[in-house]
Design a binder for this molecule. Structure first.
Ligand code: SF4
Ligand code: SF4
Length: 442
């Protein structure tokens, strides 16, 4: 096999994927109660369509909005609505949620019916199915997928890229999906190609998943226009812009979007969710989650209903081993530290990682001007310069030096020998700039 394509910059953190990469996906028993946030996507939050005391069916739509950039929410179990109240969101803050007491009947909503032969469906019908199924980017971005497949008429699309990189350490949910259900990913890829009215799709997979590459190549055989491209093992290979450059050699312009150069990117999990929505009619009510880290007794990949509490998930993975120092939702590079395990699994929960010995944040020292942060930055930025301006309160200068083009991958902080809080300063400065801009426009 070739060395694989890649992008400039990036780092090689230890993968730790062996903890769960050979563990087949296991279905977790749905919990007695689910907490389903009405905001699990980028865009407008949904309004509840049910009230306390209502009996709901599995797959029933329980939240929606008329906003274009949003995605409806569905009941992951059948049962009774116990409350509509605010809950802790694992991505931070509190949001309104529908709490459902599971009656364990798995009673299906009458709307759940297969949509028939993919070949007979037109682009508009597939876009509607994707929207109504509440499908969002399952790689972590949670951007509503129907919006991605409805680009403006002045942005013609010619290529679909399916992201099977899973470049963050520990995470193996996409790997297992490709090994165990490659045909689902290919079906979803074909559906996306039809929705975009294009005949070219490229599926990028890192070389540390040879079994996934083989399984996907086999499943794609016979489908014209779908190509599997092996990629070098490097973080952040799966970041949208870096993936595009690695595969096509094209650069998304600074401040631009993939659609500006005729490309749409989706994750393998998103493609599989589309297959389920088209072939069975079931909306997005569950996802595969990697539960791993040395603080987990039985690391594994679980198929979990949305709304299941994080502490329930850890229990299903054999419970905790030792004294946890940190629990993260997502990967260790971009994931979010959890301070309360009563929050639920949401559409973007790719992993729940528990660490007992994570390196403590050491005191940052003065920059020694080694340039390592510049060498690894996949966005071609000068992180140290941006941070110097940002920390000095000179936000305009930080923006001029590309603050807003930072993809928050954390590679600069990872390599900095002076332990400087580079990505942390950049995140704070970006939030400050966004807040200032929305104040000016309101
Ligand atoms: S500046 Fe941003 S994009 Fe560049 S390495 Fe740091 S976090 Fe990644
Ligand atoms: S890696 Fe750290 S020490 Fe080296 S130039 Fe960047 S900020 Fe300075």
């Amino acid at each position: 096999m070739s060395r694989g394509k890649t992008f400039r910059g990036g780092i090689h953190p230890v993968g730790h994927k062996e903890l769960s990469s050979n563990k087949a996906i296991t279905v977790m028993t749905p919990p007695a109660e689910v907490i389903v946030p009405l905001q699990q996507h980028i865009g407008a939050p949904c309004k509840p369509l049910v009230e306390k005391g209502d009996v709901v069916s599995k797959g029933q739509k329980i939240g929606d909005t008329e906003a274009f950039i949003s995605a409806p929410i569905h009941a992951p179990v059948s049962g009774v609505v116990k409350a509509i109240e605010s809950c802790l969101h694992p991505a931070g803050g509190r949001v309104q949620a529908v709490v459902i007491e599971n009656d364990n009947e798995e009673r299906l909503d009458p709307s759940i019916t297969p949509h028939g032969d993919l070949e007979q469906l037109d682009a508009d019908t597939i876009r509607k199915i994707i929207r109504e199924a509440g499908i969002v980017g399952l790689g972590g971005a949670t951007f509503p997928t129907h919006v991605k497949v409805m680009p403006p008429s002045d942005k013609p699309i010619d290529t679909l890229i399916i992201n099977g990189c899973e470049c963050e350490p520990y995470l193996t949910c996409d790997h297992r999906l490709m090994v165990e259900h490659p045909e689902r990913v290919i079906y979803g890829t074909r559906a996306l190609m039809k929705a975009l009215d294009i005949n070219r799709a490229i599926i990028g997979i890192e070389l540390n998943k040879p079994d996934a590459i083989t399984a996907m190549q086999k499943a794609a055989a016979g489908y014209v226009g779908i190509e599997i491209v092996p990629l070098q093992i490097k973080y952040p290979q799966g970041a949208e812009k870096q993936l595009i450059t690695a595969i096509t050699g094209k650069e998304v312009p600074a401040g631009g979007l993939p659609m500006d150069i005729g490309i749409v990117v989706n994750n393998v999990g998103t493609a599989a969710a589309i297959q389920t929505a088209v072939q069975t009619g079931m909306p997005l009510i569950e996802r595969i989650v990697t539960v791993s880290g040395e603080g987990v007794r039985e690391p594994q990949n679980l198929l979990i209903r949305i709304g299941t509490r994080l502490d329930g998930v850890l229990e299903a993975a054999g419970g905790l081993r030792g004294t946890p120092k940190q629990v993260i939702m997502g990967g260790p590079m971009t994931g979010l530290t959890q301070f309360d395990l009563s929050s639920p699994v949401v559409k973007c929960t790719s992993g729940i990682l528990v660490f007992n010995n994570r390196k403590r944040a050491t005191q940052p020292e003065a920059c020694i001007r080694c340039g390592r942060c510049v060498d690894v930055c996949p966005a071609y930025l000068l992180p140290v310069t941006i941070v110097n301006y940002a920390d000095g309160g000179e936000l305009d200068a930080a923006v001029e030096w590309g603050l807003l083009n930072c993809i928050e991958c954390g590679s600069c902080s990872y390599v900095c020998p002076a332990n400087r809080f580079l990505v942390q300063s950049i995140k704070l400065a970006k939030a400050e700039v966004q807040a200032q801009r929305s104040k000016q426009t309101s």
